[in-house]
Ligand binder design. Sequence first.
Ligand SMILES: [Fe+2]
Ligand SMILES: [Fe+2]
Length: 139
Amino acid sequence: MHWKAEYSVGIDEIDKQHRVLLDYFNLIKDAVAAGGTWSSLHFILIQLHEFARIHFSVEEALMHLFGYPEVADHMGLHQAFFIKLKELEQQSLKTDVTKGTVEFLHNWLVQHIMGADQGYARHIAGGAQVVLTKPSKLA
Ligand SMILES: [Fe+2]
Ligand SMILES: [Fe+2]
């Protein structure tokens, strides 16, 4: 699965992070296809989990900073990803991870980028201002 221009959210740093996430899926698919030891796949899944945690935190910070009204819903979507990823991690320990499960999570990510992520990016690119502390609270 290769990066496509239509995946861009228009924020360079976020696009770079999305590329890293998609690269992890390529590694996961290769590991599943190679049918190696459970640990080779599990290790990549843990790395994906760590990077997704950082990436989602960056996005959630941006949404809070720029007063994106749908931040709570978006955070819920991120949590749903972790639940599915955890299932995949458990699967990798016990049974063979199927291509179908990997595909499901991969497709989820692409749809998330092209839907929810492009949504908050439009909010920011559309001229949203950083939410400032009200003067009365500064005194
Ligand atoms: Fe994202
Ligand atoms: Fe997101």
